[in-house]
Design a protein around this ligand. Structure first.
Ligand SMILES: [Zn+2]
Length: 193
């Protein structure tokens, strides 16, 4: 059976997300998500993006987040991957699942996907901030294993330099696709990648 994987590019439309160093979170999350979707499709997944252009579902923030989760719930998706860029003067990569995840599957998948993406950051000289838990709305409301990735800090010079580099964004997208495929049991679909 074909696995449906939902990739959620954070923010969009009137909501730019975090901004800094002439970058907007909503642009970076879409660029990474679209690339990751293409790589995952090559691996045989049915990939759906919560948005494929510069928009939000709803002008109200809470309603918008609920709509993203419901989008995946209505598709009975196998995995939900939300992509964000951090801010707050830190540096590096971190990932989140809900605390006390309903089943252990979210944690198992986090272990696989996190290490793939963390390796790309490490190669670029940026630290692995670790596997974390938080009660983010999209993670709480989705009814399938779900993860939220914070891919670097937009307001940190070292991170922003990488985020302005298309080759780096592409490497992050490939790692997300590889990790999500391995986590969802798609690894045999195209072992050459
Ligand atoms: Zn965000």
């Amino acid at each position: 059976m074909i696995k449906v994987i939902v990739i959620d590019p954070g923010h969009g439309g009137h909501d730019p997300g975090a901004v800094g160093n002439d970058l907007r979170e909503k642009d970076l999350t879409l660029a990474i998500a679209q690339r990751a979707a293409n790589y995952l499709r090559v691996r045989g997944a049915d990939v759906r993006l919560t948005r494929n252009d510069d928009r939000v579902f709803h002008s109200n923030k809470a309603a918008d987040l609920n709509a993203r989760a419901d989008f995946a719930n209505n598709l009975h998706a196998d995995y939900f991957v939300s992509i964000h860029i951090n801010a707050g003067r830190g540096t590096g990569f971190e990932s989140y699942i809900v605390p006390c995840a309903v089943n252990r599957e979210a944690g198992r998948r986090q272990g696989i996907l996190h290490s793939e993406v963390a390796r790309v950051f490490h190669s670029a000289g940026l630290p692995d901030r670790g596997k974390k838990t938080a009660n983010f709305a999209v993670l709480r409301r989705t009814r399938m294993p779900a993860i939220l990735l914070e891919c670097g800090f937009i307001d940190r010079t070292e991170d922003a330099l990488r985020l302005k580099n298309l080759a780096f964004l592409d490497n992050v997208a490939q790692a997300i696709a590889r990790g999500a495929a391995l986590a969802s049991g798609l690894s045999e679909a195209n072992p050459a990648l």
